[in-house]
Design a protein around this ligand. Sequence first.
Ligand code: NCD
Length: 304
Amino acid sequence: MRSLINILDLSVEEIDELIKIACDIIDHPDKYSEKCRGKKLATLFFEPSTRTRLSFEAAMMELGGNVLGFSEAQSSSAAKGESVGDTARTVSCYADIIAMRHPKEGAPYVAASRATVPVINAGDGGHNHPTQTLADLLTIYREKGSFNDLTVGFCGDLKFGRTVHSLIEALSRYKGIKVVLISPEELKLPSYVKKDVLKANGIPYEQTTDFDSAIPSLDILYMTRVQKERFFNEEDYLRLKDSYILEPSRLEHAKKDLVIMHPLPRVNEISTEIDKDPRAHYFDQVANGKYMREALILKFLGIM
Ligand code: NCD
């Protein structure tokens, strides 16, 4: 049974194919409106979510399928002590495909080993978030036309930001990628990502705390929220939460075709003033996420 736990579970060719399907869905939504008739998607969300859960559900509805699930651990049998494996095995009896978000790293992997239907990782702790990466890749593709020769800046919480880890892994397979890592000392990219992904693939990268000096060289600026729920004490969170705030004055020396991204939710990291700048693409990521999830559901159900 095929599951999506890590973005590298999809080949570059498969990502191209998903992008192609998503673009066709954007152009011809009616062609797809009955494709999942009679199929069910279960969303098992043990952690809060707005976009990921609702976009999975909207995606399935756009394909003519049905959805079921829960949006907090407390309303599931996890509250009674049921294991993730048993929950996944159970839900396999009700649904054709499962999207799961969990605070523990690796939980969707465990679920996939017990489920009899595909499991899609919708975010596991501070680890991975492959379907956000699919949304990010479609956004980059639609703005830049390719994934090669890009200087990509990641700013904010690079330690706990799972969307950052997955996007770096995805980009590591393309040519001419350069990465600029902008974060406070305490929130630097984990060394396993630097070693196993950046160094292993010969991707040039630079680590800095200096946001303003980094901006002019960037083709993509990927902003992130400081991940409050992963901190052990509130004091550290409060000290670090507003480390970097993107305001219009900071874009004075930015490229004219810079693409500003953010997986959302935004807290303070991007001033709402930036929203009207044509270089802001974070709400495009939201829209693109639904189309890529539609494409993924079609592929993993063997419909396309
Ligand atoms: C992200 C996540 O859950 O990791 N949100 C999302 O799915 N778009 C980013 C975040 O919570 O900061």
